[in-house]
Design a protein around this ligand. Structure first.
Ligand SMILES: Nc1ncnc2c1ncn2[C@@H]1O[C@H](COP(=O)(O)OP(=O)(O)OP(=O)(O)O)[C@@H](O)[C@H]1O
Length: 589
């Protein structure tokens, strides 16, 4: 049950802060208007000079007006920028929160299929890149357009012919601008894509550095990384090259207004159709129009950037939510029932009609060849994805009709990843139940075989485990993850290969601890070592996305050839392992 994609609108984020943006626009208009006053003042002074005015105090007054207006321009611009930045920072932080919030509501499938580097780039860099355009476009675009337009109107009032002449460079410069913008969205889009690829490759390179070194793949992986960096630089250069020529031409043509104004003004002055005073005023004001207009035109460059950036943020924000009700439901017991469940990862069909009943308080083991769909079944029960067809119920209610919080309260999931946060071991375990006391945390740690190794760490329970738990061994991470799940005390526990890192001695301790900690709960175990699940109430054999058979160990040995075969392979491998004295070997089917 997924919602349709909702189109993303940046306006919805800007609207609550429109007062800030409006104040910024008004101040920016006043600032640009103040910036125009010195041009009027100079024009006025030149006219006074020509008319033979000898009173020096008038010149001083106009000089003071020009100076005050110039200073006012800077002050107003500063306040305007502050208003727009304040409003922008709120918009950016809300955008980031919206993206983070979205990630908690989309399907797990979307998250696992999207490289984490790409999501990080969207959340951090892309949102950051919106700051300059957003904070500047709204106030500066408006002011840089409005004020010159007002002056042009004034020039038309003075002399429409000269007003037209003073604008002559604008359409020519515009042609250059249009030529520059022709390839702009495509090329800038390519630059952004290459940047994303570079970011994802960098995250992969750093994240996988251990494997790269272990498999001596440094050259190949470094090559992939440098290729991504080079491609990004090449595309950036290509983008610059395609725009720089036109941009330089435009910047030369636009300010050259006097090329038309002076000779044509002289002609009109000589034939008596233009007064000296108007000629001077027009020539000086024409010089003042071009600056703000050029600034406004340059801001349209930021429009293209905003379009590309919002497209990327919008792609995440318009991702459909996993639609779930908010109201918790009353359940009838906690039996789990899968009826004819089908599922596909995009186009890849993985489950082909899984039917399985898991009674409350029993242990069910899912076994089967690698890739048969065991983890997928477990994840569908935990509502990570929606089943494509069929139904999954807990306590006779379809999981699609349960709010995610209720499902998460019901299920403790220990996955193969055992992700730990870069906080203390104590806080990692406490994440299972934030209100747990230190004593309760330690009791669970003792029960899940963590206490001794934790006490051996530099700061005991207060040791910070490093990014993703990197300061702990795989087995230690796994045990902390189990303790965290146990802390949650959920009535249904899913252990997805939870003991795979553990050596045989510790495995026995851990199995015992798991047995005690899950007593009375519904336990679903995905185990590759069959010896660990022979006592399960029910063993479901999964093959090619279907339940081939389900029963106890003894029943399956008698009637399920695949299980008998897996068991034989398991015991042979175990014997061989014992003969070689390799008790530490982690054996997998
Ligand atoms: N996120 C995913 N996107 C696409 N395909 C996936 C994804 N996760 C799993 N698969 C594919 O689905 C199939 C079943 O995977 P699943 O992890 O459920 O099998 P499994 O029986 O648990 O395997 P294993 O014992 O090796 O862990 C596999 O072919 C796997 O490649």
């Amino acid at each position: 049950m997924q919602q349709q994609k909702k189109p993303f609108s940046l306006m919805a984020f800007i609207k609550p802060h429109r007062a800030g943006f409006l104040a910024s626009v008004i101040l920016a208009v006043l600032s640009v208007a103040s910036g125009m006053v010195p041009y009027f003042a100079v024009a006025r002074m030149v006219n006074l000079l020509i008319s033979g005015e000898k009173n020096f105090s008038i010149y001083l007054t106009w000089g003071a007006v020009a100076l005050i207006a110039y200073l006012l321009k800077s002050v107003l611009h500063g306040i305007s920028t502050r208003c727009s930045h304040e409003a922008t920072f709120h918009v950016l932080s809300e955008l980031r929160r919206a993206v983070a919030d979205k990630l908690t509501r989309v399907s797990m499938g979307y998250l696992t299929d999207t490289p984490s580097g790409r999501l990080k780039t969207t959340m951090v860099e892309r949102v950051e890149q919106m700051e300059v355009p957003l904070a500047h476009i709204i106030p500066e675009m408006t002011s840089n357009l409005l004020v010159p337009i007002a002056i042009v109107v004034y020039l038309f009032v003075l002399d429409w012919r000269m007003a037209l002449v003073s604008l002559i460079t604008i359409p020519i410069g515009m042609l250059c601008y249009m030529a520059q913008m022709k390839e702009y969205p495509k090329k800038y889009g390519a630059v952004v894509q290459a940047g994303k690829h570079m970011s994802a490759t960098t995250v992969e390179y750093i994240g996988g550095i251990e494997v790269i070194k272990a498999f001596n793949q440094s050259a190949a992986s470094y090559g992939k990384f440098t290729q991504a960096v080079r491609q990004s630089a090449d595309l950036m250069l290509d983008w610059m090259k395609s725009t720089q020529g036109y941009s330089a031409l435009m910047m030369t043509i636009w300010p050259a207004v006097l090329i038309g104004v002076l000779p044509i003004g002289c002609v009109f002055y000589r034939n008596g159709s233009l007064t000296a005073s108007d000629f001077i005023t027009i020539a000086i004001l024409a010089l003042g129009i071009v600056g703000p207009l050029v600034a406004a035109i340059f801001l349209t460059d930021d429009f293209s950037k905003i379009a590309t950036i919002t497209g990327e943020i919008g792609a995440v924000l318009s991702e459909p939510d996993l639609e779930r009700p908010a109201q918790r439901k009353d359940l009838h017991g906690l039996d789990i029932d899968l009826r004819d469940v089908t599922f596909a990862y995009k186009d890849k069909q993985v489950l082909n009609g899984v039917t399985l009943n898991i009674r409350q308080g029993t242990t069910t083991a899912l076994v089967g060849p690698s890739g048969s769909g065991k983890s997928t079944i477990a994840k569908l029960i935990a509502s990570y994805w929606d089943a494509g067809g069929g139904s999954i119920t807990i306590g006779e209610v379809d999981v699609k009709n349960l709010p995610p919080e209720q499902v998460m309260d019901l299920i403790g999931y220990v996955s193969q990843d055992n992700f730990l946060f870069n906080i203390s071991v104590r806080e990692n375990i406490r994440m299972g139940r934030p209100e747990a006391t230190d004593d309760e945390v330690e009791a669970v740690a003792k029960a899940s075989g963590c206490h001794d190794f934790i006490m051996g760490l530099d700061h005991g329970y207060d040791t910070v485990v490093g990014g993703a738990g990197g300061h702990l061994s795989g087995g230690e991470r796994q045990r902390v993850a189990i303790a965290r799940a146990m802390m949650k005390n959920a009535p249904i526990v899913i252990l997805d290969e939870a003991t795979s890192y553990t050596d045989p001695e510790n495995e026995a301790v851990l199995q015992d601890a798991i047995g005690r900690l899950t007593r009375g709960k519904t336990l679903i175990v995905i185990a590759h070592r069959l010896s660990t699940i022979t006592d399960a109430d029910q063993i479901a054999v999964v093959e090619q996305g279907k339940i081939l058979d389900a029963g106890t160990h003894d029943e399956l040995l008698k009637r399920c050839p695949l299980y008998a075969q897996m068991w034989a392979a398991h015991t042979q491998a175990k014997d061989a392992d014992m003969r070689e004295g390799g008790g530490k070997h982690v054996w997998r089917i």
